[in-house]
Design a protein around this ligand. Structure first.
Ligand SMILES: [Zn+2]
Length: 135
């Protein structure tokens, strides 16, 4: 039986190697830049830059009113990321952890008065409010 498993594994490795070789051959045929033939380029700009690519990639994305408050040139990256995660409701607060069946106390660890959530920690918690007002 192990010989069969070894044979199947060898066949799978052969298939994987053939696929890799095929992808290498296919990718090598794609012309990166040649204005005479169809090629990969940024839309409407064959001398594209990364900035132009990002701009065209996100052109159909909607903008958010809070975007400039969080992402600006003078922001500290870790604070921007924390704010962004709070807005997107992705901070690991007790309510989010409980949604993923992670057992944690649901009550706020700071004030012990209400269920812990992003809105509670940032806008309702008396303990966090007292800290923020003393900074
Ligand atoms: Zn609290």
């Amino acid at each position: 039986m192990p010989a069969m498993m070894g044979k199947a594994k060898t066949q799978q490795q052969l298939i994987n190697n053939l696929q890799i070789e095929f992808e290498k051959d296919y990718i090598s045929t794609i012309c990166i830049y040649d204005s005479a033939v169809p090629c990969l380029s940024w839309e409407n700009n064959s001398f594209g830059s990364f900035r132009e690519y990002v701009k065209s990639f996100y052109i159909q994305e909607s903008t958010f009113a809070w975007y400039n408050l969080i992402w600006h040139t003078k922001s500290v990256l870790q604070f921007s990321i924390c704010s962004w995660m709070a807005v997107m409701e992705r901070l690991k607060t007790a309510d989010e952890l409980l949604k993923h069946n992670i057992t944690v106390p649901s009550i706020c660890g700071l004030c012990h008065c209400a269920p812990e959530s992003v809105s509670h920690l940032f806008f309702e918690c008396s303990y966090s409010f007292s800290i923020i007002t003393h900074i």
